[in-house]
Design a protein around this ligand. Structure first.
Ligand code: 26Q
Length: 826
């Protein structure tokens, strides 16, 4: 019934679909239906689906304007959306109608869907989380908008050279027009950079001069699953304030005038491809300020339209900061309140600290954002003054609570001493927010006991909490694994519109683990998903993957802490073991296919070397007649949301093997388990909570625990033991690589040295238990009945990890917002 109401006004029959499709072919595309290619068919289908989204979007915004509920805003520099058409069809309940409609016109819906390019405006986990949260916000009917940047180029396209080097190519994702965005050329704000800031006696500041650029809004519609609610993701594009700078033009400096318009465009030209490092680049700082200033101006304009005084802002607005990237919003709101709205400091600060909420995504020291003071002073002189004032009042309060504790003041200061001094963005975000949260239980505990310990002591623990991440089951089960979704619906005897919104219902699958006929169907679907992946590899890379093997997958950004190196050295260990076996012994071995995919930051040398090693190990072992029937290895280039949607449903086992305490949460671990893939991992991030839910007997854990890590690192430095003694198995593998078994002997030295020397990520401490865990996976896989039972029980117990649960936790315990369903017009 609810679903019916949601689809009110949507043309839900095949003749309307074909009519609208043909209409768009002729009028929007100015083409003929009879000689249309798949790309044209995709465009026409997208435009016709978009018509429905626009109707819902308008009704949703009207509903909010009428009811004036408190709203939440999710500020994220990254939204890793992937493709939209299939998701829009699912959420509107139009999948079957479009399948039939385009078929009548001679097209296949799969071919059409495949023409869409990913919107890849993100690096990885943090950006994909933002996308899942928007889907869940609309699906739970929350008044939640996203704010981000409309990068002209998304994350780079990854190419792998024959030698195994990663090459980066630009991602011109907007090349073929983007039907999913609505340019709002009338929604614009001016944003200032550089210039001079003067302080007046009354504490106010005047910031003038410098460069002004214009932010233009582009709106992306975010439909909910089976709801009328269609929220907005507003992305900003930067443009020069005037076509060119008239002052320079008049001075006869034509070149300079054109250049200044180039720098305005540059702000939103490209997504920074680094995750977990901050370089202090001026353009990145400008991106952050451009986006926070435009978003805040827009939020405040909308709030003011209600005619309420500014001191009521926290009653109507909650702003979630996705990591520290939008932290400049804190001094920016202070600037607006003090310099433009005439507030005194204390009242302004009380508004600010009730509006913002900060999510931390990492405790790795090298990943904590810091900006050089001289750079901020140059680009944002007024904001630096405000940051210093915040720091002054903050440290005075600390001093009152802990008199004469200078070390504590130095530790907690928003400014890190040094040359240059740096602003610690995590401290600023924590001090300026109502709540601070981590993204999984262990990680949130680490935030409280390590990087923000002093702040917990000072402000009390209640400000610090946890919201375990989640994933949308619409994309990450129903869309990517339709056969499994259908089997679940048939088995639960509950409409999928119900269980996809109440994922705990999956528990109803538990008894079926004991049903042999059900297990057979379950296993057959996994098998067909493996064949689908093999087909993808065949058609894109021309390589033949055997599908009668265990599929073992590790897909994520390349990073030392994620330890892809441990995995590839484990593969080499397996290869060497196979080489030493007799044919009789080998007969007992279950074949395994290992997949890697992931991008390395372009300047991350060790990560790129790891890719090179994987590629070269693959060419050796895939052609070795002694082993190729038992072990295959693939590095799939250009990992993306769409590739994940093919890989994840095909996995028997996936690897999440970070050094304990380093992976904040992980979210692909949830996606694999939801699709019945088992988990091989360390006791880290959300792996721990997954094991709590699905049962420890259904996951494969190995490695040292978080509390041991610090001590082990200390041992490495002060009591080093030669690798040959400490971990002979690993030493043997490393020797073979160094000896050139996979070519390029010298090239791998820097990578091998990270292990031989400090081994910061503890490969030598965890290698033996890793190999043992791989052995247990092999053994468990031999008993297919038991394995499939584990697979079913895993899926059945993953309900907690729906992003609907996560977003409702934010809504209830932080934002204090409620669902605001769109009502039928009277
Ligand atoms: C910062 C400054 C300058 C340039 C780039 C950056 C930057 C960009 C992206 C820093 C970090 C990121 C991305 C971090 C990220 O993806 N973290 C992951 O977030 C997931 C969602 O919470 C978690 O599941 C992962 O554990 C965490 O690694």
């Amino acid at each position: 019934k609810v679903w019916k109401e949601a689809l009110r006004g949507v043309d839900k029959d095949v003749p309307s679909v074909t009519k609208s499709f043909v209409n768009h072919v002729q009028t929007s595309l100015a083409r003929q239906a009879y000689n249309l290619d798949d790309l044209g068919a995709y465009q026409a289908a997208a435009l016709s689906v978009r018509d429905n989204l626009i109707v819902n979007w308008n009704e949703t915004q009207l509903n909010y304007t009428r009811k004036n509920p408190k709203r939440a805003y999710y500020l994220s520099l990254e939204f890793l959306m992937g493709r939209t058409l299939d998701n829009a069809l699912l959420n509107l309940g139009l999948k079957e109608e479009y399948r039939d409609g385009v078929k009548k016109l001679g097209f296949s819906i799969e071919d059409i869907l495949d023409k869409e390019r990913d919107a890849a405006l993100g690096n990885g986990g943090l950006g994909r989380l933002a996308a899942c949260y928007l889907d869940s916000g609309s699906s739970t009917e929350l008044p939640l908008w996203g704010y981000g940047l409309r990068y002209k180029y998304g994350i780079f396209q990854q190419l792998i050279s024959p030698e195994g080097n990663q090459l980066e190519a630009p991602d011109p994702w907007l090349e073929n027009q983007n039907p999913w965005e609505l340019p709002r050329l009338d929604v614009t704000y001016e944003v200032r950079f550089y210039g001079q800031s003067e302080r007046l006696a009354n504490g106010r500041g005047i910031w003038q001069g410098g460069q002004e650029v214009v932010a233009v809004a582009y709106d992306v519609m975010i439909p909910g699953y089976g709801t009328k609610t269609t929220n907005n993701l507003r992305l900003w594009e930067s443009r020069p304030k005037r076509g060119f700078d008239l002052n320079s033009f008049n001075a006869g400096n034509y070149e300079g005038a054109v250049e200044s318009s180039n720098t305005a465009d540059a702000i939103t030209s490209v997504l920074y491809p680094n995750d977990h490092t901050s370089f202090g680049k001026e353009l990145r700082l400008k991106q952050q300020y451009f986006w926070t200033a435009a978003s805040l101006a827009d939020i405040i304009r909308r709030f003011k339209q209600q005619g309420k005084p500014m001191n009521q802002l926290p009653d109507y607005v909650a702003i979630q900061l996705n990591d520290t990237h939008p932290t400049l919003a804190i001094p920016e709101l202070m600037r607006i309140l003090i310099d433009e709205e005439d507030f005194g400091w204390d009242q302004a600060w009380s508004i600010v600290t009730n509006v913002f909420f900060y999510t931390n995504h990492t405790v790795l020291p090298e990943a904590l954002e810091k900006w050089p003071v001289p750079l901020i002073e140059h680009v944002l002189p007024r904001h630096l003054q405000i940051i210093y004032d915040i720091n002054l009042f903050f440290l005075q309060a600390v001093e009152r609570k802990y008199p004469n504790d200078r070390e504590r003041l130095a530790r907690m200061s928003l400014i890190e001493e040094g040359f240059p001094k740096q602003v610690r963005m995590a401290h600023l975000a924590a001090v300026g927010s109502r709540k601070v949260n981590g993204v999984a239980e262990l990680h949130s505990d680490l935030v409280k006991t390590t990087i923000l310990k002093d702040f917990v002591d000072f402000e009390g623990v209640s400000k610090f909490s946890n919201v375990t991440n989640g994933i949308t089951p619409r994309r990450w089960l129903d869309q990517c694994n339709p056969e499994l979704s259908d089997l679940i619906t048939k088995t639960l005897k509950v409409e999928k519109t119900v269980w996809l919104k109440d994922l705990a219902k999956l528990k109803g699958l538990i008894p079926f683990a004991e049903d042999a006929a059900f297990r057979k169907e379950w296993a057959a679907i996994k098998q067909r998903n493996k064949e689908r992946l093999a087909h993808y590899v065949q058609t894109t890379l021309g390589l033949t993957v055997r599908t009668d093997a265990m599929f073992d997958v590790q897909i994520k950004r390349l990073h030392e802490y994620k330890r892809q190196t441990l995995n590839i050295l484990g593969v080499i260990h397996r290869y060497l073991t196979l080489k030493a076996m007799t044919p009789e012994e080998k007969k007992k071995v279950n074949p395994r296919v290992v997949f890697f995919a992931g991008k390395a930051a372009p300047a991350y040398y060790i990560a790129k070397l790891t890719i090179r090693l994987i590629v070269n190990v693959a060419s050796k072992i895939n052609t070795d007649p002694d082993t190729k029937d038992y072990l295959q290895l693939y590095f799939l280039p250009d990992y993306s949301v769409s590739l994940a949607e093919v890989l994840i449903p095909a996995s028997d086992i996936s690897q999440h093997i970070s050094t304990a305490g380093t992976e904040a949460s992980g979210t692909s671990n949830m996606k694999f388990c939801l699709n019945g893939g088992l988990l091989l991992g360390t006791v880290d991030g959300a792996n721990i909570e997954i094991a709590e839910e699905v049962g420890e007997s259904n996951v494969f854990f190995f490695g040292h625990l978080t509390p041991a890590v610090e001590d082990l690192r200390y041992q490495h430095i002060y009591h080093p033991v030669p690798l040959e003694e400490k971990c002979p198995g690993l030493a043997r593998v490393i020797e073979q690589v160094a000896a050139g078994l996979f070519g390029d002997a010298e090239i791998y030295e820097p990578l091998l040295n990270t292990i031989r020397q400090t081994d910061y990520y503890l490969l030598s401490d965890d290698f033996d238990s890793y190999i043992a865990a791989l052995g247990m996976v092999d053994e468990a896989y031999q008993d297919q009945d038991e394995w499939v039972k584990k697979s079913i029980k895993t899926t059945a117990n993953m309900g907690k990890f729906s992003s609907d649960r996560a977003i409702l936790e934010y809504a209830e315990s932080f934002w204090n917002i409620e669902p605001s369903p769109v009502e039928a017009p009277k």
